[in-house]
Design a protein around this ligand. Sequence first.
Ligand SMILES: Cc1cc2nc3c(=O)[nH]c(=O)nc-3n(C[C@H](O)[C@H](O)[C@H](O)COP(=O)(O)O)c2cc1C
Length: 370
Amino acid sequence: MSLEGNSIGKEFVITCFGESHGRCVGVVIDGCPAGLPLSEQDIQKELDRRIPPKPEIVSARREKDIVEILSGTFNGFTTGAPICTLVWNKEVIPGEYDPIKDTPRPGHADYPVRIKYGSFNDYRGGGRFSGRITVAFVMAGAIAKKLLGLFGVEVLAYAVEIGRVKLRAMPTFEEIRENTYKTAVRCPDSERAKEMEEAILRAKRGGDSVGGIVECIASNVPVGAGEPLFDSLDADIAKMLFDVPAVKGVEFGVGFEAARLKGSENNDPYVIRDGKIVTLTNNAGGILGGLSSGMPILVRAAIKPTPSISKEQKTVDLSKMEETLIRVKGRHDPCIVPKAVPVIESAVAIVLADHMLRAGFIPKVLGGQR
Ligand SMILES: Cc1cc2nc3c(=O)[nH]c(=O)nc-3n(C[C@H](O)[C@H](O)[C@H](O)COP(=O)(O)O)c2cc1C
């Protein structure tokens, strides 16, 4: 049995490698056009956004995550060859996971992974099933976002809900861009952000964790990205988002609420504004028939509460086939949402880069002398 499914995309293809407690976490990006200006700094600044500045709301594992680009660039530009980037794992504590090797953590991947891969599985820190793998998403996302930016597409994500504290009104694009990273929980409303932080700390004090919802908006995506039937834009975005560990739900536009509306309430009427066809509302979330409609793409991902908690829970000791109790100690995020915000943004950007290439909106070689 092998660990398959490590690549995604048809033209902008990413392959993630590495484990939580292995030597490194990295990604190979194949299909990025030649001629994109790319430096380590472009990727580093995105990686730095993955770790919220307040140590009390994130895991005590504080990796520096200094990116290295191993291939695919020359004179500061991509060459069109596969780009390989990685970060080295440094903050690994040997033996940290030995005590719970045989007692699967409720809510984590441990049990099905152990049954499927047996003793070959690298269980340390969740191995391939660790949130740390999302460092690779952010590195690939940095490149995808830079590429999309050349074509006017901007992708922004932010926390809209944490531990039942909700944003009361949808922020403007400018507010999201300016304010999201001013708060440790990655919410553009500083008042709600404080309440969200308190909700995280309250759960943490009780040996527990909380979940939340990340919203992502992509603006200026031209009409027609997406390849129906089976590579619809919404289907591909949803697939990529469900590949982010801990994502349990994905909805576009009004999402599940559409089931409760009448056609006349749910339809987005067309009008002409400044010579452009737009819709008065955006209940569809910018995608119709699996194709981008030209309206902003609006997608939300529901993130579950962190499974590793210090509260006592039932589990089974697989080596003795006996019921037992587990309290997960060690270094865990009391809430995944703040770290997931740039990950969700990256995931959406990766799919959009792929579809913009597939639809011919982005050429294989960018500008310059051929
Ligand atoms: C950015 C990020 C950080 C995470 N941190 C933790 C963590 O500290 N502890 C933990 O138990 N799970 C953490 N997770 C979640 C687990 O990786 C995930 O729940 C597990 O692999 C099971 O997958 P599933 O929840 O998608 O079913 C994190 C996920 C992400 C995306």
